[in-house]
Ligand binder design. Structure first.
Ligand SMILES: [Zn+2]
Length: 378
């Protein structure tokens, strides 16, 4: 059983009042892009990849699948480090960093087919026209990044950052091996990601912006990037001063971003991997599936960006042994949350979120865990 795909993402509900009007009039050009994106990208790609479903049933229970389930993650991680150090010289400039912007799509060539071949959830292979919205989010991300740089100047935060950077260079342990520096840089940054992400969940005013990320009803390799601009700008402002104190050489930063991209793909990917002890180090696999649970009590956990060690340390780690997370995800209290690009941009501004996007289904608390592996269709 699979959900029917649809070029029309769920619109803003009528209960959202003026939000629905704004989506209808201001959002019209974006709705057209979604419509075109569905027919020129989403539908053809699904048609090309659907034959892999048959192969995926054949792969069930084979030794090849077991080997792949155990090795895909560590091999990708080591390959990312190796490729990073092999091809990046010490003069890595910001132009090289710009190249990184296109990399997620290169990952898609590998991880898109892998999701079809060994899915965690078959239900997650098809849904609304999410990929078009995710690409729109990704492209518009450049605008928000520029805006956050501008805000750093306007708020004079850049002055403090520039003042601190030389101290950061002096403090950074650049005598350590490159790979250690990469991991250390990610771990240090992740401390701030952990707290920012935790506050996004725990402070009601912040949650309304982060809800955009949690509106997804399936996880797949690309939708980790789905975030509201206010969340992106807030993060840039929040990170600016502490990260001025971590100043490794640019090539270390470049490889760290490459590693973060690889880990990020595994965080949202719909691949049924056997991650075992890796799930106690990195924020991937079932860790993040629990984070997207529709029940907030369970979803308020596993905040780590790349690592999960801060969650273990601060008591927010949730990944019960011998249990598999359900593939029913989303915002349990907001079943009518919009899924159009314009709707997602407007939704956090709606004053009464409960009235606009609720009510939650009565049986939410009775929500049962179930095996996410749907039975083969034949
Ligand atoms: Zn979250």
């Amino acid at each position: 059983m699979t959900a029917q795909s649809n070029p029309n993402n769920r619109p803003m509900p009528a209960t959202a009042g003026i939000g629905r009007m704004l989506e209808k009039w201001l959002g019209a050009p974006f709705k057209l892009i979604e419509f075109i994106g569905y027919y020129i990208m989403v539908l053809p790609l699904r048609t090309i990849m659907r034959p892999l479903d048959k192969l995926s049933y054949k792969l069930e229970g084979t030794r090849l699948k077991t080997v792949l389930q155990h090795t895909i993650f560590p091999v990708t991680l080591i390959a990312t480090l190796y490729i990073g150090f092999e091809f990046v010289d010490e003069d890595t400039s910001l132009e090289n960093l710009a190249v990184l912007a296109l990399l997620p799509f290169a990952y898609g060539i590998i991880f898109g087919p892998l999701e079809r071949l060994m899915p965690f959830s078959r239900k997650w292979l098809e849904d609304e026209n999410g990929p078009t919205v995710d690409i729109m989010m990704y492209v518009s991300g450049a605008v928000w990044t520029t805006l956050s740089k501008l805000l750093l100047v306007v708020l004079s935060i850049n002055v403090i950052v520039e003042m601190l950077e030389p101290y950061g260079h002096a403090l950074w342990p650049s005598e350590l091996p490159g790979a250690v520096q990469v991991m250390l840089f990610l771990l240090a940054k992740d401390f701030f990601r952990y707290w920012y992400h935790r506050w996004l969940h725990e402070v009601p005013f912040l949650w309304r912006w982060h809800a955009v990320h949690h509106s997804v009803e399936r996880l797949y390799w690309l939708n980790g990037i789905r975030s509201h601009p206010i969340e992106i700008i807030g993060q840039a402002l929040f990170y600016a001063i502490p990260t001025a104190l971590f100043q490794p050489e640019p090539h270390i930063v470049f490889i760290a971003i490459l590693m973060a991209l690889s880990i990020g793909i595994f965080q949202h990917s719909n691949i049924d991997l056997k991650l075992r002890f890796w799930e106690y180090i990195f924020s991937i696999g079932d860790n993040h599936r629990y984070h997207h649970y529709p029940i907030k009590g369970i979803g308020d956990s596993n905040y780590g960006g790349e690592f999960i060690v801060w969650d273990i340390l601060f008591g927010t780690f949730h990944n019960p042994k011998d249990e598999r997370p359900s593939d029913t995800i989303g915002i349990g209290t907001a079943p009518n949350y919009p899924l159009t690009w314009a709707g997602l941009m407007i939704a956090p501004f709606i004053p009464d979120q409960k009235r606009a996007f609720g009510p939650p289904p009565a049986d939410l608390e009775k929500h049962e865990l179930h095996d996410p592996h749907n039975a083969p269709a034949e």
